[in-house]
Design a protein. Sequence first.
Length: 511
Amino acid sequence: MTSSLIRGRPRRAASHISVRVLHTVLGGFAGMVWLALPGMTAHGGAAAPATRAEHRPAASAAARSADEASTTDLVLPLAIGGAVGVLAGFGYVRHTRRARTRTATAPGTGAAPAAAPPLPELEERAAALLAEADDCVRVCREELGFAEALSGAAAVAPFARAVRDAEAELSAAFRMRQRYDDGVPEDEPARRHILAGIVGRCQEAGRRLDAEADAFDRLRGPDGGVGGALGIAEVRFRELTGGATAAEATLVELTGRYAPSATRAVTGHAEQATDRLFFATSRLNRAHQAADLGRGGPAARDLRAAEGATAQAATLLTAVDQRAAALSRAEDLLPAALTGAEAELAEAREAGADTARADGVLADVREEVASGRYDPLDALRRVVRAVVPLGAGRAGVLSAAALLVARDAADTAACFVATHRGAVGGTARTRLAEAQRLLVADAPGLLTAESLARSALDLAEQDARDRARDAMRHANDLTDAVLAGVLLDTGTPPAFGGPRTRARHGTTRPR
């Protein structure tokens, strides 16, 4: 409807101009007639003053007749010439108007297009929408887990399908942004088109989630199904409390067994998980109190905040277990990887390749292993990075080593983004998404995946530092929860849905 109205406006404007020009033409004709009126009156109305004219001299009458004839002869050409000039002006105005409309009007809209925003502004908007859509998908996944525990897998199937559809749109948007950041395409019009496509994909992902928000609320029941959901959340909370203690013990063991770099990525995870659980227990208590008073809305909000905090605590504790498993696997795989690398380097030397640098890396790794306290993952990563670029490692043990290293890097970055999503921007998420996509690639592709994952972690950590520094100016007791993404900036816990509905349990839902 809007586009048709816009298209109609130039026609009305053009018709107004035509009317004004027509008025000008008629006015011109009227003026010419007015000029010619004395002559016309002199000829047509000579009978009226005849009685007076009879007493005038004949010479005067003759002179008057000559003057009238002269006036008529002069006015008629002027009238014709004026009319021709006015008509020519009318034609010129119409021609100029049409030419201007063709060159300055957007095709199909009938309205002059607004000035295109600068490319950096479009890039910033696309990155912001990527982060927002990614947050919505992550929250919806968490909500699905709690809803399934409450209602069963069959009941949440339609919502799981909506989340998968949104994930597909988001994955396509991330892939487009990665190619854009890689410089493809190069020309500005095409790059603007790509950014518009990213925006459209993100909006479609949000729309699919928004469309299911009401139905999801009905699934959880009146006031968010506080009664049954509180019991499930408390059971989960108690499980994670025991898990935090176990994770702390695991970290102590890993620290004593490996070099400091082996556990650096997960150092502090147990404490962070404990902080999330402390926040969760305070919100669970508030939810109980609100429910006892019959205040279903506040109870549901506090319950959702507790669920979000426990989900992040679980992510942090899982990361500790994943790192322990990856270190153990790397320690077991490293001897075979060194042997395989030596064999492949021998083949590379026979083919004329310069293997001096790779030989030095393998010698350093063997020396570290002999020392007894080293970082197996880092050692394996260095072996893979030294050998695979020489054309080796296309299959066998080095491919397995490359996959292990890349997956560990992606898991580490994913944990940080998930537990700091309130602060992490779209670029870090784009690198992470591309790294995860490449985990099924060959060995060279896995090297790229590992590099992208490490870049994603660096960018995410920088985003978190920047956001935390800004937040300190207005810090309060909810700041950490907001930076973690457990709460929105308004203090509202996010709910299942897209950008339009995710804050519906804390504010009036926008319509």
